[in-house]
Design a protein around this ligand. Structure first.
Ligand code: BG6
Length: 514
């Protein structure tokens, strides 16, 4: 086995030899704001354990929890333990846990209490002295954005945001990055007045998914797809993010945000950018960002937003065998909420490659099943030497990138039905599945992203320009919706509101059934 390389804050993995070595973070610690939240419990703490279990964290790695709780270090340890036992991806190993837990500290305090930040600074200094964290800290703000400025200002005032010589300080922020272009800019001004742009890591966890990164491999490592990846051959593209869950305990976050701001503005537009962009010169952050930004700035909305968008709210009903409440009956949601739980939009991309090819994006909660996919649907063959009867069951060719949960790629094409005397042609599929092709299971997106933060490796983190471009796309739609009353109700466990089907029918198309 090759020796692992320890990073010292910059990405050292540049030459070909190095790229194959496991990447291990150098000495460092992570300060977690928002330890009591859902994200910390279900994703962040388990991902930290999984990284430790995979041997990718440095021996003295430390985790400081910060929250308004009267906890000692051990109480915090118990909270992390429960989160890890319930949600970690890799098996529980007592020795790994014990090592990791020695680096746990807890700082009680409110976000605006200067004394708490003093204590945080002392705690960090103690860890530097006793565990060898080297003065390197990432501050993870898993908190509502309205607190970003308070936390950043206090980190600055207490001197915590300032990197000591030969060390680094980074801030990690979770979406939503604002609720429109204006508020995103304001938020960014606050964060970047304290941390330099290179030290700000904005999480879009979709970019941490293996299947999303594989879009780049599929397109640019192969010869068979790229020649047909354009308006000469592609009829349209459908990007779907369907969830079977409702808003659950996240009403406070979700109400007023809705499906478009929650996931189209970030995850789905990033998927669109990766599907549509030109090949970057290399995968350096700058090169990748330039190509994605070119696409985002070329996105155009149709003139008639009434017929090219749709939105809905899930109604009470059955999700499989479970009876579920409607969105307006959920705890914490006002009975007259106009927040959409389903959104579909059509956009075009004004580039030579994509002129005239619509991209349809849809996202919704309480749909038929959990599935995220990008379907590139091709035009029909220009001339068919078959009768209409023979091709009755032949659809359009498609390449479907199955992002989750059944990770893989499907190729759909027509094939002659065996043992028929006529040339009956029907759709068949050819599948690549990660599960059957690779022995190693995919890490959780947060494992990859947290490790990248600690390594200081930024290609998978959107920069502020991309966030702004995405809001520029969404803002006119949100404004239009705000003037057009309530979203349409749709059945829980179904595939969204009628208006979404209508939107496709208007273009002579249908949604793919995932
Ligand atoms: C988050 C959204 O970004 O993604 C949630 O805020 C959503 O509303 C979640 O449930 C889905 O993530 P995943 O990885 O399960 O597709």
């Amino acid at each position: 086995m090759k020796p692992a390389r320890v990073a010292q804050g910059i990405n050292p993995l540049r030459d070909e030899e190095d790229k194959r070595l496991p990447r291990i973070a150098g000495p460092c610690g992570l300060v977690l704001f928002g330890v009591t939240g859902d994200l910390a419990r279900k994703k962040l703490m388990p991902a930290i354990y999984d990284l430790a279990n995979r041997g990718l964290l440095p021996p003295g790695f430390s985790l400081i929890g910060f929250a308004r709780r009267d906890w000692a270090d051990q109480d915090f340890g118990k909270v992390v333990y429960e989160a890890v036992r319930e949600h970690a991806r890799t098996p529980f190993r007592e020795d790994v846990w014990r090592n990791l837990a020695e680096g746990f500290r807890f700082v009680p305090g409110t976000f605006d209490d200067p004394a708490a930040y003093e204590l945080l600074a002392e705690t960090a200094a103690e860890l530097d002295a006793n565990r060898g964290t080297g003065g390197n800290y990432a501050f993870y703000l898993s908190i509502p954005p309205k607190f970003f400025s308070t936390v950043c200002e206090n980190l600055e005032r207490s001197g915590l945001s300032k990197k000591p010589k030969n060390a680094w300080r980074r801030v990690v922020i979770e979406k939503p990055f604002g609720h429109d272009l204006k508020s995103a800019r304001e938020l960014n001004d606050v964060v970047e007045s304290v941390f330099p742009p290179d030290s700000v890591f904005r999480i879009d966890h979709y970019l941490g998914k293996e299947t999303v990164q594989n879009l780049l491999a599929l397109r640019f490592a192969n010869q068979i797809f790229e020649p047909i990846w354009n308006s000469n051959y592609v009829d349209h593209v459908q990007i779907t993010m369907a969830e079977d869950i409702g808003v659950g305990g996240r009403a406070g976050y979700y109400d007023g945000i809705g499906a478009a701001r929650d996931v189209i503005q970030n995850h789905l537009l990033q998927l669109l950018a990766l599907t549509a962009m030109e090949q970057p010169n290399n995968f350096d952050p700058q090169a990748l960002r330039v190509e994605k930004s070119k696409i985002l700035s070329a996105v155009r909305l149709p003139k008639n937003l009434g017929s090219s968008t749709a939105r809905g709210q899930y109604a009470a009903g059955w999700q499989g065998s479970e009876q579920v409440a409607g969105f307006l009956e959920e705890d914490g949601i006002p009975a007259d909420s106009a927040t959409e739980t389903y959104a579909a939009i059509k956009v075009e991309i004004a580039t030579r490659r994509w002129a005239g090819v619509p991209y349809y994006l849809r996202a919704g909660k309480r749909l038929g099943k959990r599935v995220t996919e990008v379907a590139v649907v091709f035009k029909r063959a220009p001339q068919m030497p078959f009768t209409e009867n023979e091709t009755e069951e032949l659809g359009q060719n498609a390449v479907v990138i199955r992002v989750q949960p059944d990770e893989g790629i499907t190729l759909r094409f027509g094939s002659k039905v065996p043992a028929t005397t006529s040339m009956e042609v029907r759709d068949v599929t050819m599948d690549f599945g990660y599960g059957s092709s690779f022995a190693e299971s995919s890490p959780e997106a947060y494992e990859r992203l947290i490790l990248d933060v600690l390594l200081g490796d930024p290609p998978l983190f959107p920069r502020h320009e991309e966030v702004e471009l995405s809001w520029q796309i969404l803002d006119p739609i949100e404004k239009y919706w705000a003037k057009h009353g309530q979203p349409e109700q749709y059945e829980s466990g179904g595939w969204g509101p009628h208006s979404a089907d209508e939107m496709m029918r208007h273009d002579g198309r249908t949604w793919r059934m995932p």
